[in-house]
Unconditional design. Structure first.
Length: 254
């Protein structure tokens, strides 16, 4: 991995990858639901991301649900050795635009097994707890992913939308390979950012362009450079369903 990678390089879950990753939330139908209107375009975006040096692809079983993982398999399998595939479990989708955390250990285990099948891998490179379920002790949720890591089904465990206190609690159970929280110029304050810097944990901002709103105001370049300049531990994952927009994202970070 050379320094010409978009945004530079970072080590996440034991792999050196591009600091600019690709989120796949927009590769589904409206409401992050069902299949996209043009699956071939979604496949093209994924392949073009790899061609342009992006080696960190972020997804979730809830995107579709299942759609984004299936598109990744269709577009990128067999996977290059330098690709980090990160997925998330712990969210159920009753309908379009509806998201509910579900952190029962038996459900998390079944969800990981499903991701393994859809992605056609023996081990998920990085698996996040998508959301902390307030109805289940955090230790039980993280413990389920820790067990899967011990079994070799998950290479590394991450957390999403968490506080420093939750990161600290989880880290007593299993090493935390990455934290994925919302951060952008419109929503610039997250205490987990500095906590991660102090504890050598990669910080992966989701919604870095605030769902596209910042593209029209601050612009892609300013928004992504602001994030990258926050520290070498920051690795944003903007999402797009458009190849031209993807190219603009990559060019903005070189």
């Amino acid at each position: 991995m050379s320094s010409s990678a978009p945004g530079g390089v970072i080590t996440i879950a034991g792999k050196q990858v591009s600091r600019l990753g690709l989120g796949t939330m927009r590769l589904t139908g409206p409401g992050t639901w069902d299949i996209p209107a043009d699956s071939l375009t979604a496949v093209e975006v994924l392949r073009k991301a790899m061609d342009q040096g992006i080696t960190h692809i972020d997804t979730a079983d809830a995107y579709g649900p299942h759609t984004a993982e299936e598109l990744i398999w269709q577009a990128l399998n067999p996977y290059p050795d330098d690709l980090l595939l990160a997925t998330k479990v712990g969210m159920i989708r009753p309908g379009p635009n509806v998201w509910r955390p579900l952190g029962r250990p038996d459900y998390l285990r079944a969800a990981v097994e499903g991701s393994l099948r859809r992605l056609a891998v023996e081990t998920v490179g990085l698996c996040y707890l998508h959301r902390v379920d307030p109805a289940v002790p955090l230790a039980d949720q993280v413990g389920a992913l820790a067990d899967l890591r011990s079994e070799g089904k998950v290479a590394a465990v991450g957390l999403s939308k968490v506080t420093p206190e939750q990161i600290e609690e989880a880290a007593r159970i299993v090493p935390i390979a990455a934290v994925q929280n919302c951060l952008n110029l419109d929503e610039p304050d997250d205490p987990a950012l500095d906590y991660c810097a102090d504890n050598n944990i990669p910080y992966v901002p989701y919604r870095p362009l605030n769902a596209g709103r910042l593209t029209a105001t601050a612009g892609v370049g300013k928004s992504l450079r602001w994030l990258l300049d926050l520290g070498a531990h920051v690795a944003p994952i903007p999402a797009t369903s458009n190849s031209e927009h993807l190219t603009a994202l990559v060019q903005a970070t070189r």
